[in-house]
Design a protein around this ligand. Structure first.
Ligand code: AMP
Length: 577
């Protein structure tokens, strides 16, 4: 299937041939395409902003921000340089030092992006939080990350942070984005401070291994962990922006993720800016017609979203090509959850191009396995490793890793350690960090298979695997089969302890509109899945549910379904949507 070659012809792909590019790829060579600081070293914000502002791209729109009311503010690279320099100067004035934590609790407004990049200029560590976090998840992150500064709004601060202040002795300053006067010694007006400093800032010596970004994992399998990334990560952002998202000069790019999820920082801020394109930021949440009209009005060329949004669009059965001119759209990528074959094919029907799945994690800092504009897409597969990344499937016994080389053998998804955006620590959890590595391999915690042509297929999180009657069942396989039934809109499966068969496969199903949540539908879905999967693997129990519990980044929280089913404590639910 040469499915997604059709549009690429209009723009020559940055990677016309995957195999030859992969075999020749060198991180060192790509590193030469970055600018570096005048006195040596490398800083993410310099690569993302200043070097373009100092070049003939200075008047290119860096951020195209859309307010809730749909009015637009354009911020050029030159302007972004000045704003981020002011922010870095504010941090210096507040005596924020290299390695100090600067957090945000903000919606998607320009100051969030200015704070992110200004923090990186000042060599402090940036950590974005979802604005919808309640006090407890915010407290967990602020205290774990030893935040010294928090940027927020009056409303969010008053409601969520103020009651916590006594428990956060290290938090020195709160910068409010919506007041003109300082509130007290601790709570200050950001705009007032920004006016008091200059817009000139020289980034000081930043070494590639200096910490830059702190991201908390989505917590699908337990307590969120703080993954620390360094300035060298910008090389992965650059490379993946160029060869996966296939960004070209003059492109308009839109990543729909919030920076509170790693995708919204790596690809909603850094990768597009490092590649010098125009990056769309929408303040509003998901809205199908708004989204389609943004794609049209702003002539988006490359769109990066997530399966959860794709499924919502699918359910609406709108035909965007009938109502919107999407002729500029060249490439659609998706990340965060398995992208079902059906969803890839829906992209082809709906937009004239298959949706390209890619795989990565908070810990990997950037895309590691992907489909590419110039490569044949196999619907349901995550694609092939990024050039520069060595992936494998393996079994783990104690400290030993045994590579599994036969096609379609199921095992742990492994990555050869050492890529630029690899996390360098779990905050205060050294042992846990060490456990992620066995010899030269990083153990991703996911199970997968590799086919004879080198495509990777997701099986499930190792923690979500169900052991039933001697079989190891991955949720993805069962959920995909269930979703082929016309009544099933979404499905999640869990293993329920069973004396006879170890664990019993139980499915939670969200029905499509118009289907009855009754015994007849249940029996029909059961029969259908038995035929598809065989009786050993097909769900023995089905429960209808109005919606599946998901993280804010759209990942199904199977662990929560299981805890509820078994009457166990729900554990950390801070990332619950
Ligand atoms: P997070 O670090 O919170 O973004 O979660 C990373 C996890 O999300 C991965 O380890 C996978 O379990 C899952 N994930 C991300 N992208 C994909 C994908 N394309 N296909 C299947 N699972 C994915």
């Amino acid at each position: 299937m040469k499915d997604n070659l059709h549009k690429v012809n209009r723009t020559i792909s940055n990677m016309p041939d995957y195999d030859s590019f992969y075999s020749k790829f060198s991180w060192e060579k790509e590193y030469e395409s970055l600018d570096g600081l005048p006195e040596g070293g490398i800083n993410i914000a310099h690569e993302a902003v200043d070097r373009h502002a100092n070049s003939n791209r200075r008047d290119t729109v860096a951020l195209k921000w859309m307010r809730n009311d749909r009015s637009v503010e354009d911020i050029t690279y030159a302007d972004l340089k000045l704003r981020t320099s002011r922010f870095a100067n504010v941090l210096e004035k507040l005596e924020i030092k290299k390695g100090d934590g600067v957090f945000t609790l903000l919606g998607r407004i320009p100051l969030l992006y200015v704070a992110a990049l200004g923090t990186l200029k000042a060599r402090a560590i940036f950590c974005p939080m979802f604005s919808v976090f309640g006090p407890e998840p915010a407290f967990q992150r602020l205290s774990k990350g030893k935040a010294k500064v928090l940027v927020s709004t009056t409303k969010l601060y008053e409601k969520k942070i103020k009651p916590l202040l006594e428990r956060l002795p290290l938090l020195r300053t709160i910068l409010l984005v919506d007041v003109d006067q300082h509130v007290d010694d601790k709570v200050k007006s950001l705009s007032l401070l920004m006016r008091e400093v200059t817009d000139h800032y020289s980034i000081k010596d930043t070494q590639p291994e200096d910490p830059a970004l702190l991201h908390f994992t989505s917590g699908t399998t337990g307590m969120p962990k703080g993954a620390l990334h360094v300035h060298r990560a910008v090389l992965t952002h650059y490379v993946t922006g160029k060869y996966v998202l296939d960004l070209h000069p003059g492109d308009v790019f839109w990543c729909t993720a919030d920076p509170g999820w790693v995708t919204g920082t790596s690809y909603g801020i850094i990768a597009p800016l490092v590649n010098g394109v125009t990056n769309i930021v929408d303040e509003e949440e998901f809205d199908a017609t708004r989204w389609y009209s943004i794609l049209e009005e702003h002539r988006v060329n490359v769109w990066y979203t997530a399966p959860t949004a794709i499924r919502r669009l699918m359910r609406l059965e709108l035909k965007p090509l009938d109502s919107y001119d999407l002729s500029n759209l060249r490439l659609i990528h998706s990340v965060g959850e398995p992208l079902q074959a059906e969803e890839v094919v829906w992209g082809k029907k709906t937009f004239g191009m298959p949706i390209c799945d890619n795989w990565w994690q908070t810990e990997t800092g950037g895309i590691m396995i992907s489909n590419y504009a110039s490569m044949e897409v196999r619907p349901g597969s995550m694609g092939k490793p990024l050039p520069g990344i060595e992936a494998s499937i393996g079994s783990i016994e104690g400290e030993k890793v045994q590579l599994l080389t036969k096609p379609l053998e199921q095992g742990h998804l492994l990555l050869k350690a050492g890529w630029p955006s690899m996390f360098r620590a779990y905050l205060d959890e050294e042992e846990r960090y060490k456990k992620c590595f066995k010899g030269e391999w990083y153990i991703t915690g996911d199970l997968a298979k590799k086919d004879a042509e080198g495509y990777y297929w997701f099986v499930g999180r190792a923690d979500d695997i169900i052991k039933t009657s001697g079989h190891m069942v991955g949720p993805f396989e069962v959920e995909s089969a269930l979703m082929e039934h016309p009544a099933v809109a979404e499905a999640a499966i869990i293993g329920k302890p069973d004396a006879m068969i170890g664990e019993l496969v139980k499915a939670f199903v969200v029905l499509e509109p118009g289907f009855e949540a009754d015994e007849a539908t249940k029996l029909d879905i059961k029969g259908f899945s038995r035929k598809k999967l065989g009786p050993a693997i097909a769900p023995k129990e089905i429960e209808f549910i109005d919606s599946l519990p998901k993280t804010k980044s759209g990942k199904i929280l199977r662990r929560l379904l299981k805890a509820r089913e078994l009457g166990l404590p729900e554990g950390d639910t801070s990332t619950l949507e």
